[in-house]
Design a protein around this ligand. Structure first.
Ligand SMILES: Cc1cc2nc3c(=O)[nH]c(=O)nc-3n(C[C@H](O)[C@H](O)[C@H](O)COP(=O)(O)OP(=O)(O)OC[C@H]3O[C@@H](n4cnc5c(N)ncnc54)[C@H](O)[C@@H]3O)c2cc1C
Length: 381
């Protein structure tokens, strides 16, 4: 439900791409539903999405992407979530890291492969004792000759078990540093775990046992970990917000379709004013969170600091999506309580983004800090 997203090639671009995504989703519906139910990464569908550029909306077309900006990124993420396709979120973050900080060698090695869905990327940041706080990261990297040796444990890593390369955040003497680590290196281990949502991107616990990497594995400079992290996450919050809006839209649209046709005595469910207000309120929250997301995307595309706007956009999108997926049950009743409908799964998908990619509490902390640091509320935005 983009309201004011400004696409590089105009609004027709989104209409055309939206149609292609819809056709693709219909064509692969059975495989997507099976993979989601089984908690399995549907690699072939993902690669077919990569062939069409959809795994790399912000990567140049020469490297296999769509060559778009942040508005295009938001559109793809929202539609992918709404249509139940495989989320390219982690891969897009990987490409953004490479585009912003990668060396020519790193880009040549990974960028096109990730954009085309041929190289599976994961991000190994969170640890059993460190997730909301980067300062608590205990994974270490020590210099060894010209290279580095990494040791530590990571958790909640989407596609950790399937990935070919993972971006590991580790503590060095110079500070937090990101390393591109090929997962076939000796000492890298992974055990798959099963999240309640985003089930086509299974999570993993990762171990790094004295893993030797060359100096060229450092992404963005030794000690530059905080900068590389924030630069990417300030933008990926909009991908999260967009997927949340997509989930909320699907829940509300499916619930409305059902409720319109459902008889309760002599009435349809949608005849009741209480239901109409529920619908209006849930729609209003999705609409306003789209506006907040669109504004943040415009700021980011124009090169302005988007951190406050992207944090706000994710915050309100979490609330809107939680409301829409929860209130959908007011419209569908018992129909929503079975696994052959999407309603329960959509609530669980939303819960994952409430936490993953920066929890809503962390967003609220940031927004509050910005308010308290400023002399006037008007001077904030
Ligand atoms: C399904 C899933 C997929 C994920 N994928 C990845 C991935 O691919 N790679 C990766 O590295 N990580 C991943 N994560 C990890 C995710 O980023 C962390 O779970 C998240 O940062 C929160 O950390 P935590 O769960 O340990 O919560 P904790 O840090 O233990 O916090 C617990 C609760 O307290 C709240 N809280 C924490 N600090 C504050 C504070 N200062 N003020 C108020 N409230 C606070 C949190 O919001 C949370 O609700 C994933 C998580 C999930 C659930």
């Amino acid at each position: 439900m983009y309201v004011t997203l400004r696409f590089r090639e105009g609004p027709g671009w989104a209409e055309e791409l939206g149609e292609s995504l819809r056709e693709f989703a219909d064509e692969h519906r059975a495989e997507l539903e099976k993979a989601d139910a089984e908690g399995r990464f549907p690699r072939e569908v993902y690669q077919a999405m990569g062939d069409r550029g959809w795994v790399g909306p912000t990567t140049p077309t020469a490297a296999g992407g769509l060559g778009g900006g942040i508005a295009e990124y938001c559109f793809v993420c929202e539609e992918v979530a709404r249509l139940g396709l495989v989320s390219p979120q982690i891969a897009i973050q990987g490409q953004q890291w490479l585009l912003a900080f990668g060396t020519a060698e790193q880009r040549a090695r990974y960028l096109g492969g990730i954009a085309r869905g041929r190289i599976v990327f994961s991000e190994s940041i969170s640890e059993p004792g460190a997730a909301s706080s980067l300062k608590a990261i205990r994974t270490t990297a020590r210099r060894d000759g010209t290279g580095w040796v990494l040791s530590g444990r990571k958790t909640h890593v989407n596609l950790g078990h399937q990935s070919d390369v993972t971006l590991v955040y580790a503590a060095t003497e110079e500070g937090l540093t990101a390393f591109l680590v090929d997962t076939d290196l000796p000492g890298v281990g992974s055990v798959q775990t099963t999240p309640i949502g985003l089930r086509m991107l299974p999570t993993a616990d990762m171990t790094f046992d004295e893993v030797r990497v060359p100096a060229t594995a450092v992404l963005g400079g030794v000690g530059a970990g905080l900068e590389t992290f924030l630069t990417t996450f300030n933008i990926s919050r909009l991908g999260n917000a967009s997927e949340l809006i997509g989930y909320g839209r699907r829940a509300l649209a499916e619930a409305t379709g059902y409720a319109r046709g459902r008889d309760v005595g002599e009435h349809k469910v949608t005849d009741f004013q209480g239901i109409q207000w529920t619908l209006a309120d849930a729609y209003a929250e999705l609409y306003t969170s789209s506006l907040a997301r669109d504004h943040a995307a415009t700021l980011a595309d124009s090169g302005e600091d988007p951190a406050l706007a992207t944090s706000l956009a994710k915050m309100v999108a979490v609330h809107a999506a939680e409301r829409a997926t929860s209130d959908a049950f007011a419209l569908v009743g018992s129909h929503g309580c079975y696994t052959d409908t999407d309603f329960g799964q959509l609530m669980q998908d939303v819960k994952v983004y409430r936490i993953g990619g920066g929890s809503v509490e962390v967003m609220r902390n940031y927004v509050a800090r910005r308010i308290l640091r400023s002399d006037s509320l008007e001077g904030l935005a």
